[in-house]
Design a protein around this ligand. Structure first.
Ligand code: IDC
Length: 481
């Protein structure tokens, strides 16, 4: 069941009104600003709160306290710093949005696990107001911490929720024509019309190593013979990748984006960090790279950004800090692109380093329109990883940006039973995925037989390995778009 923000907020207001507590506010211009960020589904919903300064002087900071009924919890939030105590969540500014000029406002958003709407809301200790009108509410009392400091500029990168997206205009039948600009909706990926979708496709091997595998004929076969929705462009950063040839590889990525677009496929731009595992090591490179590709591809609807393939040996806090520095660079150039953030322990949601998704759920990336990467190799990662994904998927938008049918080494025998169990689970949860790898190196994870790329034939099962045949048979079935 989907409801617009107005309906959602109206329900929240009704609950709040019944308990004589005023609640959320839509600013006068909210019709355009608010409804892209809100959704509801069977097990939860997404909300937004606008804090407005109704006075003529600047306020220095703000604090919103929200109480949820038992059984409902905050899963993630953005543009704010949440602190949870029992059923009450105290939202304070993310930093840059603390100060609000007279007459101005700022918004933050959150996802609730559970369907219970908030039962209480205060802003700077005063009951939130304005629930029945379209006038800005949650108005901060003018007496609160006035300051002469100018309001912080609202960086479009983080204050603006994903902008309203028109329904796809193309009448074509490709994945891109049907779905248009994607956005994160609650814990799912949605198309421009708001439908939850799953993208299924493949990942390249390192694009700097196997250029003959990423030709027009190869992408034709993926689009028309495989019915692939997604092509992941794996651009290694080390091992002779981006750090050795930044402009050459940026150009190669852009041209593969165009080739995918021309064939109606989504392109996942993968900043393939691996060794060293601390993404901060490549922070400057990442900012430089993503500024360029986001600016160049801003008007395209087929681009998804993956900012860190596999962080390893670093804390979630370090990864989150990296993400919160790279995402604003992307947003400044391409405000509505979905961004996928790598997770701890080779994008295992932390499991491979003895942690779990709880560290992300409790401390999500402070940005909207973000998903979290999970990677698995079917012969190495089995039931305990599947259980973690099942649990995490209830709270976090997940994207399997890379997986293999073999062991984590990328080589060895195909584990068909485990691969099928994984893909059945991902289908059920509508989690998008890309298989490692569409390449012809002599290793078990290759989709193409050794040397096949040089032959120039990519369609059918002739050029495929055992892994390639299995993956093609899964991907080419009808999509539920
Ligand atoms: C592997 C390739 C292999 C290459 C190696 C170099 O399959 O040919 O020599 O990288 O770094 C990952 C990584 C991915 C790995 C893959 C298999 O994202 O780069 O590719 N893997 O080891 N994570 C888990 C497995």
């Amino acid at each position: 069941m989907k409801r617009s923000v107005k309906t959602l907020l109206a329900s929240a207001f009704a609950v709040a009104a019944a308990s004589t507590v005023a609640f959320f506010a839509l600013p006068a211009s909210a019709e355009a600003a608010a409804f892209t960020v809100t959704n509801s589904w069977d097990s939860g919903y997404q909300g937004e709160i606008t804090v407005s300064n109704g006075s003529s002087s600047t306020i220095g900071t703000w604090k919103v306290e929200l109480t949820l009924p038992a059984g409902s919890t905050i899963a993630q939030s953005w543009n704010t710093t949440p602190a949870v105590s029992g059923q009450t969540i105290t939202f304070t500014p993310a930093g840059w949005n603390a100060s609000i000029a007279g007459g101005a406002s700022t918004s933050f958003g959150f996802v609730v696990n559970g369907t219970g709407r908030p039962t209480a809301c205060t802003v700077n200790g005063q009951a939130c107001t304005g629930l029945t009108s379209a006038i800005p509410s949650a108005t901060v009392p003018s007496s609160s911490t006035p300051t002469a400091a100018p309001a912080s500029p609202k960086p479009s990168a983080t204050t603006t929720s994903a902008s309203p997206t028109p329904a796809p205009t193309s009448t074509g039948t490709t994945p891109l024509a049907i779905n248009g600009q994607l956005k994160v909706c609650g814990v799912n990926l949605c198309n421009a019309a708001g439908k939850k979708i799953q993208l299924r496709g493949v990942s390249s091997h390192g694009i700097h190593w196997f250029p003959s595998c990423y030709t027009g004929a190869a992408l034709d076969a993926l689009a028309t013979d495989w019915n692939a929705d997604l092509f992941r462009i794996a651009m290694y950063v080390q091992e002779g990748g981006y750090e050795s040839d930044p402009s050459g590889l940026t150009g190669k990525v852009n041209s593969l984006v165009d080739m995918a677009e021309a064939r109606g496929m989504y392109a996942l731009i993968d900043f393939h960090i691996l060794n060293p595992g601390d993404p901060s090591y490549n922070l400057t490179r990442a900012k430089e790279f993503f500024a360029k590709v986001a600016a160049r591809n801003a008007t395209k609807k087929n681009v998804i950004y993956e900012i860190a393939n596999e962080p390893n040996g670093v804390s979630w806090a370090t990864i989150k800090s990296y993400a919160e520095q790279v995402i604003p660079v992307i947003r400044a150039n391409d405000p509505d692109g979905v961004v996928v953030v790598g997770t701890r322990g080779w994008s295992s949601l932390g499991v491979s380093e003895g942690s779990s998704s709880t560290e992300i759920i409790n401390n999500p990336v402070n940005a909207a329109n973000v998903m979290y990467a999970f990677h698995f190799y079917a012969a190495s990662h089995k039931d305990n990883y599947r259980a973690e994904v099942t649990k995490a998927a209830a709270s976090l938008p997940l994207f399997v940006t890379e997986f293999g049918t073999v062991s984590a080494s990328g080589d060895g025998a195909v584990d068909t039973t485990s691969t099928d169990a994984w893909l059945d689970l991902l289908d059920k949860l509508k989690i998008s995925y890309a298989n490692w790898n569409f390449g012809d190196k002599s290793e078990g994870s290759s989709i193409l037989k050794s040397g096949a790329c040089g032959g120039g034939t990519f369609s059918g099962t002739g050029p495929l390995t055992e892994s390639g045949r299995l993956i093609r048979s899964r991907i080419r079935t009808a999509d539920d778009f």
